[in-house]
Design a binder for this molecule. Structure first.
Ligand code: GDP
Length: 364
């Protein structure tokens, strides 16, 4: 083995960080995700898959392009291949995250309506992020509602901010100070992202409008930059057995029950034996088919939404077709296990996890 001068980590292939959007209802999670998805779809290159099952990817190429005008403030040289956003920001995933201990969440966006400030679910999200030690940034959303705000669609926040009146700038800064105060009450130091010197000690607040797209360049650049810098070890791609989390169990016409899974580590192949949780205990079954969404332009009929693939590599959202999935439970882990020992080991892990869920539901 030849050792080179570069560090071990630099030679490793990194996977996409998995980003989960959280926050109070109506503060703009869905709108923000739609905007982000639109960004990646519009700039998609032929053959590039940005739409996953239950998730979407923004490739680093797109993030670098968007961050180009921000170079002086956010120097981004990306080694990660992109960012993978989980598409369902609703209550269900929130519960799943509680159960699985934040296993899939590498980074989180806490969306807060800049006018409304902290609400009940903002606090709940914050407490969950703290308990699971998930790094996060705050998207201070709806800046277009600041009195006097003149929108510059899809502009970087700093460019748009520079063009606002003095009064409007002051009103925005007041709202940011207010958020900093709220975060302080829960023990977090925070500041507007472009005023932060030490990102390890300070939570970034990125002002955005999910409606006009202002601030989205900074939001993506900050997510990519921070997760790459502080999560490197966690993001090293391993080519071993896949590990994932079940997002949803769905009956599909002609296919029976299928599971939508986020694979956060390893490689999943057709024919692999998988172990996952059900109400009756661990399910051991074999992957019959792996399905990815077809790009919108290539869909010919409503039944023709998916593309069959032989294997997928983390991080990825994929639909798994397999027998015996009837009682599969969303929110549990999924392991590939191809030897009797691996199967036994995976079954034990699933049992342990199921017992924890049981305890949780009994208590509540
Ligand atoms: P969620 O419940 O957190 O997913 O919130 P939604 O994305 O459904 O947004 C709730 C409402 O706020 C919708 O009517 C959106 O159109 C609106 N909204 C979301 N983001 C913005 C924004 O940046 N500016 C404005 N003016 N409205 C927004």
């Amino acid at each position: 083995i030849k050792l080179s001068g570069t560090s071990r980590i630099e030679e490793q292939k990194l996977r996409q960080p998995i980003v989960v959007v959280m926050g109070h209802v109506d503060h703009g999670k869905t709108t923000l995700l739609d905007k982000i998805r639109g960004t990646s779809v519009a700039k998609r290159e032929p053959g590039e898959i940005t739409q996953h099952v239950g998730a979407s990817v923004v490739p680093s190429r797109v993030i670098e392009q968007l961050a180009e005008p921000l170079k002086k403030i956010i120097p981004v040289k990306l080694k990660i291949p992109g960012l993978l956003f989980i598409d369902t920001p609703g209550h269900e995933l929130f519960m799943n995250m509680r159960r699985i201990g934040g296993a899939i969440s590498d980074f989180s966006i806490l969306v807060v309506d800049i006018i409304e400030g902290f609400k009940e679910q903002t606090v709940e999200s914050l407490q969950l992020l703290r308990a699971r030690k998930v790094p996060f940034l705050v998207a201070a959303n709806k800046i277009d509602k600041i009195p006097g705000w003149k929108p510059y669609p899809n502009e970087a926040f700093i460019n748009s901010y520079a063009k606002q009146s003095q009064r409007t700038k002051e009103l925005l800064d007041e709202r940011i100070y207010h958020l900093m105060g709220e975060l302080g009450r829960y023990g977090f130091n925070s500041d507007r992202f472009d005023r932060i010197k030490d990102f390890t000690r300070t939570v970034s607040i990125v002002p955005v409008s999910a409606k006009t797209g202002e601030g989205i360049p900074e939001l993506l650049a900050m997510l990519a930059g921070l997760s790459q810098q502080y999560l490197k070890d966690r993001l090293i791609f391993t080519s071993g057995n896949a590990k994932g989390v079940v997002l949803e169990v769905k009956e599909m016409p002609g296919l029976g029950n299928t599971i939508d899974v986020i694979i956060y580590d390893g490689i999943l192949r057709k024919g692999d034996t998988i172990v996952l949780g059900s109400a009756e205990g661990p399910i051991v079954t074999k992957v019959r088919n792996l399905l990815m969404p077809k790009p919108l332009q290539e869909i010919r009929s409503p039944e023709d939404k998916f593309l069959s693939v032989d294997e997928v590599v983390a991080a990825v959202g994929v639909k798994i077709v397999a027998p015996d999935l009837d009682n599969a439970v969303a929110g549990t882990q999924l392991y590939v296990a191809n030897t009797p020992e691996e199967i036994e080991d995976a079954k034990n892990k699933i049992l342990e996890e199921l017992s924890k869920i049981k305890i949780k539901t009994d208590k509540s």
